[in-house]
Design a protein around this ligand. Structure first.
Ligand code: ASP
Length: 309
């Protein structure tokens, strides 16, 4: 049997330790632990990597603590526009949605795009129409309301600025969630989900739903889920860049992930991190910010739930 493993993240950013109370830190860690355990359980019960990453991301989306699903940040028009993607490293099948609203679990809609449509990426009204045809229930705005996020938005709403959930405001909550997994058969998968940036407008879409940028999986190389300044992660084609370094330069998962996060993306001024797994169950979780909400667990007995370096 292959070593099986899972890694998850709840966003990277400038975490100032003093701003975090012990109670809040405990809450974040408990939420990460729950998602990790549930995802791991899927693998332990012979589920696929794709099923495990969906499960872990659903739990993170249902938590108000992270900028995805329920905890999504506000757009310039006081709404929520969410993006998500999923990729199966065995088949290279992928599904993604962007600019969707009212959907409780965007990752499941992305998985339905992968499994129930001929397409890879559906956006906006079309994605909502697809959800309607699959009888998705729509949550109203109150489900996504969070006082802290609302106040973050009020502070910048009449300006031209937009902000990463984890940038500038030292006391803001952190964003974007993701999971990568390797199952007992040695198949890998990645999923990523986000509410994007506070006060975003013009249909802004980040890296999270873009296959190759914020999310990628290929059994031959690795499964990756990113978090950070999306514009830079798109320009750096980050997730696929890690895969390329493994495939063409024979780097290990750890070396390739570090090269991209601590060198290549920094050279173009991108900040953030990623979680990675390969088909042998190895895990890497590099970040170039002060912290990244992250957790991992492997059948070889290792387990980690951390926020800071
Ligand atoms: N990468 C996400 C985006 O740009 C944000 C994040 O990771 O917090 O939409």
């Amino acid at each position: 049997m292959n070593t099986f493993s899972i890694a998850i993240h709840g966003g990277a950013g400038t975490l100032v330790k003093g701003m975090m109370t012990p109670e809040l830190e405990a809450k974040y860690k408990a939420a990460l632990q729950l998602a990790l355990d549930e995802g791991y359980k899927v693998l332990d019960n012979n589920g696929t990597a794709t099923e495990a990453v969906e499960k872990a991301v659903i739990i993170l989306e249902d938590s108000p603590l992270f900028n995805a699903g329920k905890g999504s940040v506000f757009t310039a028009t006081e709404s929520h526009e969410m993006d998500a993607s999923i990729m199966d490293g065995k088949t290279l099948n992928a599904g993604a949605v962007s600019l969707i609203t009212g959907i409780k679990n965007p990752v499941s809609l992305a998985k339905d795009v992968m499994e129930k449509s001929e397409h890879v990426f559906l956006a906006g009204e079309g994605a909502m129409q697809f959800a309607k045809e699959l009888d998705y229930k729509l949550e109203d705005a109150s489900y996504f309301y969070d006082k802290l996020r609302y106040n973050q938005w009020l502070e910048i709403k009449d300006t031209d600025s937009f902000q990463l959930d984890h940038a500038k405001k030292k006391d803001s909550k952190f964003g974007t969630v993701g999971a990568v997994a390797c199952d007992k058969d040695g198949n890998i998968a990645a999923a990523t989900s986000t509410g994007g940036m506070t006060n975003k407008k013009w249909g802004r879409v980040g890296d999270s739903p873009m296959i190759g940028a914020g999310n990628y999986a290929n059994n031959k190389t690795c499964a990756i889920s990113c978090t950070g300044s999306g514009e830079f992660f798109i320009r750096g084609v980050v997730a696929y860049d890690v895969a390329c370094l493994i495939e063409h330069k024979n780097m290990s998962l750890e070396e390739a992930s570090n090269e991209v996060i601590n060198k290549r993306i920094l050279e173009i001024k991108g900040d953030g991190g990623l979680i990675a797994v390969d088909a042998k169950g190895n895990i890497a979780m590099p970040f170039n910010t002060e912290g990244m909400y992250r957790a991992s667990k492997s059948s070889n007995g290792t387990e980690e739930v951390s926020i800071y370096k």
